[in-house]
Ligand binder design. Structure first.
Ligand code: C5P
Length: 223
C-alpha cells in the first residue's frame, strides 16, 4: 500500500511551512519542502555560472543535484548542497526569486519530479509546495490550498526578516510577493492553483494553531 500524503499548496508566506512542520511533527510523518529543492537548484545554477535563461543547463543541474536535507535543532532542516550548508543562502529574497525563475522551466520541473515522489514513505508524508496536489501527488487523500492576502503575507515576512536582523522595506516586499505570485500563477507548466478536490483555507485572520487544528480535524474525519 502506498503511504498517505497530505499536500499543502499555496502562495509564499501563507504559513504553509509552519503548518506542514507542525502537521508532520504531530502525525510523526515525513516532510517534503519542495520549495527548498527549487531554491537549491537556483543556488547550484548560481554556483555553476548557469544563466537564468539557460533552461537545459538548469535542468542538468537539477538532475545532478547533490542535496541532503538534515534535521537541525528546534525542528529546522539544514540543506546541504555538495556537502556545504546553504540553508541560509537559499532562504533570502534573492534565493526565492531565483527559485521562481528556474521553477518556470518544464525541464527543471520534470527533473525534480522523481526526487519529490521519493519522499513518500511510510508512515506518511506532508508535502509543501505549489503543485503537490495537482501534479506531484494527484492521488493524495487530503489536499489543502492555503492562502492569505498579499498584504498579510508581506507583513509576516517583514516581521520574520526583522527578527533575523534584516531590514527590508515593506512596500518592496509586497511588490516582490505580487511579482512572484504572478510568475507562479501564470507559468505554463504546473502553475500555482488549487486541485479540484482541495480544501481551501484562508489564514489571513486565523492564527496558525487554528489552521493546524482545522486540518487535523479533517484528516481524522477522512481516516
Ligand atoms: O515555497 P518557497 O517560497 O520556498 O518556493 C520558492 C519558489 O519555488 C516559489 O516561488 C515557486 O516559484 C517555486 N516552487 C514551485 N513549485 C513548488 C514549490 C516551489 O514552483 N512545488
Amino acid at each position: 500500500m502506498t503511504a498517505p500524503v497530505i499536500t499543502v499548496d499555496g502562495p509564499g508566506g501563507a504559513g504553509k511551512g509552519t503548518l506542514c512542520h507542525l502537521l508532520a511533527r504531530h502525525l510523526g510523518w515525513h516532510l517534503l519542502d519542495s520549495g527548498a529543492l527549487y531554491r537549491v537548484t537556483a543556488q547550484a545554477c548560481l554556483q555553476a555560472g548557469v544563466a537564468w535563461e539557460d533552461e537545459a543547463g538548469a535542468a542538468a543541474i537539477a538532475m545532478a543535484l547533490d542535496v541532503v536535507f538534515r534535521p537541525a535543532p528546534e525542528g529546522a532542516v539544514s540543506v546541504l548542497l555538495g556537502g556545504e550548508d546553504v540553508s541560509r543562502a537559499i532562504r533570502t529574497e534573492e534565493g526565492g526569486r531565483g527559485a521562481s525563475m528556474v521553477a518556470a522551466y518544464p525541464q527543471v520541473r520534470s527533473a525534480l519530479l522523481d526526487r519529490q515522489r521519493a519522499f513518500r514513505r511510510a508512515p506518511g508524508l506532508v508535502a509543501d509546495g505549489r503543485d503537490m496536489g495537482t501534479v506531484v501527488f494527484p492521488d493524495a487523500p487530503l489536499k489543502i490550498f492555503l492562502t492569505a492576502s498579499a498584504e498579510e503575507r508581506a507583513r509576516r515576512r517583514h516581521l520574520q526578516l526583522l527578527e533575523k536582523g534584516e531590514s527590508v522595506s515593506l512596500p518592496r516586499l509586497l511588490e516582490d510577493i505580487r511579482e512572484r505570485d504572478a510568475r507562479d500563477s501564470r507559468r505554463a507548466v504546473a502553475p500555482l492553483m488549487p486541485a479540484d478536490d482541495a480544501l481551501h483555507v484562508d489564514s489571513t485572520s486565523i492564527p496558525v494553531a487554528g489552521v493546524v487544528r482545522r486540518v487535523l480535524r479533517v484528516a481524522v474525519e477522512r481516516g
